[in-house]
Write a protein that binds this ligand. Structure first.
Ligand code: ATR
Length: 269
């Protein structure tokens, strides 16, 4: 049977086996999908071993996305832009292709599931790490009026914005530089929730009509969703949709069949 899985460190918290298991059942695809907890020092060797012994595809999560980009023989344009790979697939017996479905997953959740437009809107992304980098290209492709990238450390945001400046109206700044009109869409791409925190930004970025989207997810409300609601935001979403949509996009790349995401989201969200 074709073997798939998700590689991370740690990875036991991953929902991917559950999601891909539902996709496989729904589309009648015979495959296995397992968790692989692999430390950075073993990443290259173990991944090559997996593909040498029946592995057909892997999802890649923290902290291996950059290492996966280095390992792949070929990168999709969007993975090249992101500098990170969340999906590896074997073509033939030896050719490893790296792709990145994170941005497509976010865009699909915003536009198709939540009906939140991006084109011509003012968008704020909080955070300038790997999570932000993975979604910048697909968001700019939709031509927002303005995309502001804000980070605790301003330099990192300014540098990242520069890398994407050829794609559209994007600029980087520090949290302290945010003031004025509320944004149409605020996306939390920081890892602040890992320590139970929220980015320390001015409440003026959120108005009643602002949509807040947290890339973090969990069964309970996330700190950022709670923060947004306390500031009067009526449309604050956790990142389950992005998780399920990026998985569906990976599944499609591997199997050529696009699974329905709504039934899976109904179980999770
Ligand atoms: P990821 O792949 O999740 O993006 P990362 O590359 O380590 O992980 O980046 C983490 C991001 O979350 C960074 O933008 C980081 O800000 P700094 O560059 O200033 O460190 C941000 N971050 C983490 N904890 C935060 C907190 N408590 N408040 C605000 N931003 C935070």
């Amino acid at each position: 049977m074709d073997q798939y899985g998700v590689v991370g460190h740690p990875v036991s918290q991953s929902w991917s086996p559950f999601i891909h298991g539902l996709f496989a059942r729904q589309t009648d695809q015979a495959l296995t999908y397992r968790l692989y907890d692999i430390a950075p020092a073993q990443f290259r060797g173990e991944v090559l071993e997996f593909f040498a012994h029946g592995g057909r595809g892997l999802n890649v999560t923290v902290p291996h996305k950059e290492a996966a980009a280095d390992l792949a023989n070929e990168l999709s344009a969007r993975a090249e832009r992101a500098g990170a790979v969340n999906t590896l697939m074997l073509q033939g017996d030896h050719h490893l292709i790296g792709d990145n479905t994170d941005g497509a997953g976010l865009v699909r959740d915003l536009e198709r599931n939540l009906r939140v437009p991006v084109a011509d809107r003012r968008i704020l992304i909080l955070g300038a790490g790997g999570a932000a980098r993975g979604v910048l290209g697909p968001l700019l492709d939709l031509q927002p009026a303005e995309l502001v990238l804000a980070n605790r450390g301003a330099d990192r945001a300014i540098n990242l914005a520069t890398l994407f400046a050829d794609l559209g109206a994007v600029r980087g700044c520090g949290f302290a530089d945010l003031s004025g009109e509320p944004f149409d869409l605020v996306i939390n791409a920081t890892s602040a929730a890992l320590t139970g925190g929220v980015p320390d930004v001015s409440p003026s970025i959120v108005g009643r009509d602002t949509v807040c989207y947290d890339m973090t997810y969990g069964k309970a409300d996330t700190p950022f969703v709670t923060w947004a609601q306390q500031r009067g935001c009526e449309h604050a979403y956790k990142g389950w949709g992005m998780l399920v949509e990026q998985a569906a996009e990976s599944f499609y790349l591997w199997r050529g069949v696009r699974p329905e995401t709504a039934p899976v989201l109904a179980v999770l969200g």
